[in-house]
Write a protein that binds this ligand. Structure first.
Ligand code: AMP
Ligand code: MG
Length: 333
């Protein structure tokens, strides 16, 4: 099968209607989309990605009114959060109606739903007239794609088409919260922070232990996705925590390595290096992180050292992706 690069929403909608897959741009990362109400189409997502069947998918809608078609109840707090953050990179977990096939939710009684803010994505959902199930459009375990070129790298020949769009403006997957639990629980950090959410609803929210702990040390796993290796290039990733000078001194004494560092470190490092943004810009780090994790493989070196700052408090979503990409392999200088 040849993977077509397409620009037409009508063409993408026709492919989806026929039960096939289209990779789509969103503001977070590129998604691998199927008609969420067609079990056979959704099955193809798991096959193409090599995704374990117990890892549920997020359902994407284009209008607030669609929510009640798919969920049993919308708690008051969730309604407030929809009004504030939708469309946008916030996914909420609700009790599901039976119209959502069990394959989408990995047989859980709850479904994760979000409304993306990128207009082309919502137009496609409206055109199709059905919700889209869409995980990130990468082979399972690899860094998520933030450009159509990344998708092509992973899935060329495996899917019908890629709807071409701009590079993703956010760059990491949506924030996932469980609104069926009291207090609300953060299962995956994203651009919308737990502080923003709790400030808005004037209530504390719980950050699930899996966000910043290895699941091998946890008793209970609430978000099945966290059990699996994720966001990893082929090159071994080691996180190195220290000041810019400590980091530079460390990597300058190592061989066969590439550094993934801050803009501010670049002039201090003599070997191969890639910047993932200024240490003071959370949004740049979110936007560039996955692209840099993909690019480390092109150096063909045995290890990539990623700088974690000991001077600046880093964004929880950036840290979460790096903890997982490295398998919690952290060196403190
Ligand atoms: P991805 O599809 O790669 O963006 O990952 C989706 C994330 O949301 C995974 O970590 C899933 O475990 C989580 N998720 C999706 N649906 C549910 C659900 N019904 N209950 C709990 N977590 C979910
Ligand atoms: Mg993913």
């Amino acid at each position: 099968m040849r993977t077509k690069l397409i620009c037409s929403i009508d063409e993408a909608s026709m492919i989806l209607e026929s039960g096939n897959l289209v990779a789509i741009p969103t503001e977070t990362v590129y998604g691998l989309a199927a008609d969420a109400l067609n079990s056979e189409a959704v099955k193809k997502i798991f096959q193409v990605k090599g995704r374990p069947a117990d890892n549920p998918l997020i359902v994407h809608i284009s209008e607030f009114e669609d929510l009640e078609k798919f969920v049993l109840e919308v708690p008051k707090k969730a309604e407030l959060l929809c009004n504030k953050f939708w469309p946008g990179p916030l996914t909420m977990i609700f009790k599901k109606k039976s119209i959502i096939p069990d394959i989408v939710t990995a047989n859980l009684g709850c479904v994760a739903i979000r409304m993306p803010s990128l207009e082309i994505t919502r137009k496609l959902i409206s055109k199709l007239g059905r919700p889209l199930a869409a995980p990130s459009a990468n082979i399972s375990g690899r860094p998520s794609p933030t450009s159509y070129a990344h998708v092509l790298n992973d899935l060329d020949g495996k899917i019908s088409a890629i709807l071409m769009g701009e590079d993703c403006s956010v760059g990491v997957e949506s924030t996932v919260i469980d609104v069926t639990s009291t207090p609300i629980r953060l299962l995956r950090p994203g651009k919308i922070s737990p502080e923003e959410i709790s400030d808005y609803i004037c209530e504390k929210i719980i950050v699930d232990d899996s966000v910043d702990h290895s699941v091998s040390n946890l008793k209970e796993v609430r978000s099945p996705g966290v059990k699996y290796k994720h966001y990893s290039p082929k090159t071994k990733i080691v996180l190195v925590k220290g000041t810019s000078h400590q980091f530079a001194q460390f990597v300058n004494s190592q061989y066969n390595c590439v550094s993934v560092c801050f803009e501010e470190d670049i002039s201090l490092i003599s070997g191969d290096k890639l910047s993932y943004g200024s240490m003071f810009s959370e949004s740049d780090q979110l936007k560039f992180l996955f692209d840099r994790l993909r690019r480390v493989d092109s150096f063909n070196l045995s290890v990539a050292y990623v700088h974690l700052s000991s001077e600046v408090k880093q964004n929880l979503a950036v840290l979460n992706r790096l903890f997982r990409a490295s398998g919690f392999n952290i060196l403190e200088l």
